[in-house]
Write a protein that binds this ligand. Structure first.
Ligand SMILES: NC(=O)c1ccc[n+]([C@@H]2O[C@H](COP(=O)([O-])OP(=O)(O)OC[C@H]3O[C@@H](n4cnc5c(N)ncnc54)[C@H](O)[C@@H]3O)[C@@H](O)[C@H]2O)c1
Ligand SMILES: [Zn+2]
Length: 345
């Protein structure tokens, strides 16, 4: 079992990477409310429940899907917590992908001004990204993730075995977040990925998850609230969020949009001589080798451009893009010219 520490002073916690059988050691609460959805529950809840002994465990099963990542679902979690009389010594567990984790964390953060939260992510994307770092929240008709809290969990348990039931498209989608951290923060890891087999080799996959978490842990402990270096985790996302939006959040999965967004960000970096053509092709080839989509044709450049200003990562009308500076380093690019942006679109 591997333990990765997220170092945030009094909010520090451990990420346990390994077989979940052996390690529910941090759960010492009087009552536990597990938040999940029907799909994850059907596949995995019985194995999870067998790890709890003589505790009062309750289950809140929410509808499955990003469209249910809203206030109503959070209210359902809170109502469950009231019905079962959870108190300040109780625990909420998120058991599912990023949608469940973000909502369970948010509910834990506001229930009685905050009770303990533990995350057990079951998708690749949530194991390498969403479960780490304390961002919680929901969507609103005004946009994605616009309401929420920074609320760190007490622990995160990552068990790669859950991923075996994930459909292939979901799995592949999660790989783009691994590429993202490698390009922005760790050249050696990038080179290792070029020769690894994450689709068939479980040891390779486990190491890739571990390294991605270690990188994110390091970034977060330097910049919990995204004032500086944490912005690097948005590489490919300024473009990707618009690709998701223009596809009505149904054409592409998040990671697919990010993969195409990475290619657009690289074009920006190429134009500004921050990466070479060769480096850009290496990144492209890695994404391709995972089976991720890389080309996205912008139909209406002006519409795409105007959407940059609606992205919440753009502060006070300032446009911000994360671009690689060589492989293994990133740079925050503020306000590139409209001409440049239209030319790379
Ligand atoms: N908090 C953060 O820092 C952060 C970071 C990135 C993404 N996110 C959020 O994460 C969400 C996306 O997460 P996601 O990609 O995990 O999507 P998801 O939670 O919707 O899960 C994808 C699908 O996989 C199913 N599933 C989950 N585990 C499974 C398993 N083991 N076997 C079979 N099916 C399983 C789910 O039921 C769902 O249908 C978005 O809402 C995004 O905003 C948050
Ligand atoms: Zn992402």
């Amino acid at each position: 079992m591997k333990i990765i520490k997220i170092d945030l002073q009094d909010r520090s916690y451990n990420v346990y990477l390994g077989n979940i059988d052996s390690n529910l050691n941090e759960i010492h609460h009087n009552k536990v409310l597990i938040v999940t959805n029907p799909r994850v529950s059907a596949l995995h809840i019985s194995s999870l429940l067998s790890k709890f002994h003589s505790k009062q465990v309750f289950i809140c099963t929410l509808k499955d899907g990003e469209i249910y990542k809203n206030m109503q679902s959070v209210e359902e979690i809170l109502n469950n917590a009231f019905i079962h009389k959870l108190d300040r010594k109780s625990l909420i567990i998120g058991f599912g992908g990023g949608v469940i984790g973000d909502m369970a964390g948010f509910a834990a953060g506001i229930y009685q001004r905050g009770i303990d939260f533990i995350n057990i992510p079951t998708t690749l994307l949530s194991q390498v990204d969403a479960s780490i770092g304390g961002k919680t929240g929901i969507n609103t008709p005004f946009g994605k993730n616009l309401i929420g809290l920074f609320y760190q969990p007490k622990a995160v348990y990552i068990d790669v075995n859950f991923l075996s039931t994930l459909n292939k498209r979901e799995f592949i989608s999660g790989l783009s977040e691994i590429v993202k951290v490698a390009v922005c923060f760790d050249r050696n890891f990038f080179e290792w990925l070029e020769n690894a087999d994450l689709l068939n080799n479980k040891d390779n996959l486990t190491y890739a998850i571990q390294r991605s978490i270690e990188i994110k842990a390091d970034v977060i402990s330097k910049d919990e609230r995204e004032d500086s270096v944490r912005a690097g985790l948005n590489y490919g996302h300024t473009f990707g969020h618009i690709i998701e939006l223009l596809g009505n959040y149904s054409t592409y999965l998040h990671g697919e949009a990010i993969s195409m967004g990475i290619i657009k960000a690289n074009k920006l970096a190429l134009e500004l001589n921050r990466i070479t053509k060769k480096e850009s092709s290496r990144i492209e080839n890695l994404l391709l080798s995972f089976g991720l989509p890389i080309s996205y044709e912008v139909n209406n450049k002006d519409e795409f451009y105007n959407n940059f200003y609606l992205d919440k990562k753009s502060q006070n009308d300032k446009l911000r893009f994360i671009i690689p500076n060589g492989i293994g380093k990133m740079e925050i690019l503020e306000n590139p010219s409209k001409e440049l942006l239209l030319s790379i679109l």
